[in-house]
Design a binder for this molecule. Structure first.
Ligand SMILES: CC(C)(COP(=O)(O)OP(=O)(O)OC[C@H]1O[C@@H](n2cnc3c(N)ncnc32)[C@H](O)[C@@H]1OP(=O)(O)O)[C@@H](O)C(=O)NCCC(=O)NCCS
Length: 144
């Protein structure tokens, strides 16, 4: 089941999956977690939080229209490959279409490019390095 959840709700899984469990929960916060119109989604399986993603309004240079950035996409290791991440992203895209959003973009880890491709995103940048995390691409999906 997919639910809207709070910024606090995502921190534990964000730390475990995206920060190797090395940070405090407060250190896992993004400054954008609490900006106006930001929202967070959780996929629950057997009452356990299996997958998360966070979204906030943010334009990407060169693209016009109402935009959101996707951040903090993470599925707990034991729940990967079951389609939860794909369902969560699709839920967000349908919701954002209803909010008259034109496109969504993200800084995708190279290892996740195929996952985003499956969800309809395309690569729109050269490869770039995020220090301490690894190679990334900007990916984009047009909604309307
Ligand atoms: C990337 C991630 C969120 C995918 O979540 P998931 O719930 O396992 O994804 P899904 O099961 O919905 O997969 C959807 C599709 O993407 C593909 N896919 C998912 N992860 C993939 C990967 N690492 N490499 C290649 N393809 C992948 C799946 O094969 C699936 O395709 P299919 O429907 O044809 O089988 C998850 O692997 C994860 O948390 N990884 C570590 C953190 C990370 O890299 N996050 C992204 C940061 S930008």
């Amino acid at each position: 089941m997919i639910k809207f959840i709070t910024a606090d709700d995502v921190l534990c899984l964000r730390n475990e999956v995206l920060r190797e469990g090395l940070l405090t929960l407060d250190e896992c916060r993004f400054p954008t977690d609490t900006v106006e119109c930001a929202f967070h989604l959780g996929y629950y399986q057997d009452n356990e939080l299996a997958c998360i993603a966070s979204f906030h309004p943010q334009d990407y240079a060169g693209y016009t229209g109402k935009a959101y950035q996707l951040r903090g996409m993470a599925t707990a290791p034991q729940y990967r490959g079951k389609g939860f991440g794909n369902q969560l992203v699709n839920f967000a895209l349908v919701y954002l279409r209803g909010q008259k959003t034109n496109y969504v973009w993200c800084n995708a880890r190279k290892v996740a490019v195929q996952f985003y491709n499956h969800a309809g995103f395309e690569v729109i940048s050269d490869e770039f390095e995020v220090p301490g995390i690894g190679p990334h691409y900007v990916m984009y999906v047009k909604i309307r």
